[in-house]
Design a protein around this ligand. Structure first.
Ligand SMILES: Nc1nc2c(ncn2[C@@H]2O[C@H](COP(=O)(O)OP(=O)(O)OP(=O)(O)O)[C@@H](O)[C@H]2O)c(=O)[nH]1
Ligand SMILES: [Mg+2]
Length: 301
């Protein structure tokens, strides 16, 4: 029922928004909380009054919102702001649901999705588990066939002033690029959003727009295929499975993965029963995760 109401709310949102014509293109902006997603979008849109950059320690963006890139000739591009995982106010599952709802809507209403811009702070001196989680979810949402529709860009270069800091930041960028190339197989666009200006942000948007063919935009992302075409529940998608079960012990994760593979390979009812049994076995772990998320939200409220 909840899913129905969420879907209806979003559907009404599309219908009641006359600005969005059939040829409008969309780009999703993702990244860790505080990576500068909203700031990046605010540099490109005239909808300044609606947009809220977060200057406090708490996560800022809780919902997805669409903003039109201003000043583009002959083309309508909307950027979709999203919350980042490891938010201080919501659980990862809620965030995933928010993002996947938007992606499902785009596919359902046949909107043209160019791809995803993923932002990462160059000032982060370690690749934290949170950063890895955000990138892994990105992989699983898109699917390897769509890695060419991803732009990976670093932000916050201005916070590394001075020759030494700049050099250290360049060194991190090189390491990060190696890591990204391993994860995304050299197909994604890698950029520096260095100047933190409209021009620099526009370069990233146009860089991605320029390399994605219209035929590519007609292909579903992995999560769109899983949710809309295969009608899977979120927890049974690759990304959902990762966020749901990512915190389980490795042995439990392996058992779950083996059972899922068995179902896929053999399509057996037995495999499904076993999977359900395994899910109830690990459910207490999931409950702890959900509870922790809700507690976090309560503390932030
Ligand atoms: N120096 C510098 N500061 C930035 C940059 N991008 C964002 N900031 C600052 O970083 C803080 C967080 O920026 P946001 O744009 O709200 O980050 P976000 O990714 O949208 O964060 P959530 O909504 O919480 O997920 C704000 O104080 C921004 O002014 C950048 O490129 N350079
Ligand atoms: Mg934000």
């Amino acid at each position: 029922m909840e899913t129905f109401w969420r879907f209806w709310r979003n559907a009404r949102n599309w219908v009641c928004w006359p600005d969005i014509r059939g040829e409008t293109r969309f780009i999703i902006v993702m990244g860790m909380t505080g990576s500068g997603k909203t700031t990046f979008i605010s540099q490109l849109t005239d909808q300044k009054a609606e947009i809220r950059v977060g200057h406090s320690l708490a996560s800022s963006t809780a919902e997805t919102s669409r903003y039109r890139v201003s000043g583009l000739k002959g083309e309508d591009i909307y950027l979709v702001d999203t919350p980042g995982f490891d938010d201080t106010k919501q659980s990862d599952l809620d965030i995933l649901r928010t993002i996947t709802d938007e992606l499902a809507q785009l596919w359902h209403f046949k909107k043209c999705l160019v791809g995803v811009i993923f932002l990462h702070r160059i000032t982060d001196v370690r690749l934290t588990s949170s950063a890895v989680k955000n990138m892994t979810v990105l992989q699983k949402l898109c699917g390897s066939e769509n890695y060419g529709r991803i732009a990976l860009a670093t932000t916050m270069w201005k916070m590394a002033p001075g020759e030494e800091e700049e050099e250290a930041a360049e060194q991190r960028q090189n390491e990060l690029e190696e890591y990204w190339k391993e994860m995304f197989g050299e197909r994604s666009l890698i950029m520096r959003h260095k100047a933190n200006t409209r021009e620099s942000a526009l370069e990233v948007v146009q860089g991605l727009r320029g390399r994605v063919q219209d035929t590519d935009t007609q292909r579903s992302l992995q999560i769109q295929r899983e949710l809309c075409d295969e009608e899977r529940k979120l927890e049974d998608t690759d990304a959902g499975h990762y966020v749901h079960f990512g915190l389980l012990k490795p042995v439990e994760q392996r058992e779950m993965a083996e059972l899922q593979k068995k179902i896929k390979d053999e399509g057996t009812r037995l495999g499904e029963t076993e999977l359900e049994a395994k899910k109830s076995e690990v459910r207490p772990g999931l409950k702890v995760q959900e509870f922790a998320g809700k507690e976090k939200a309560r503390a932030g409220a």
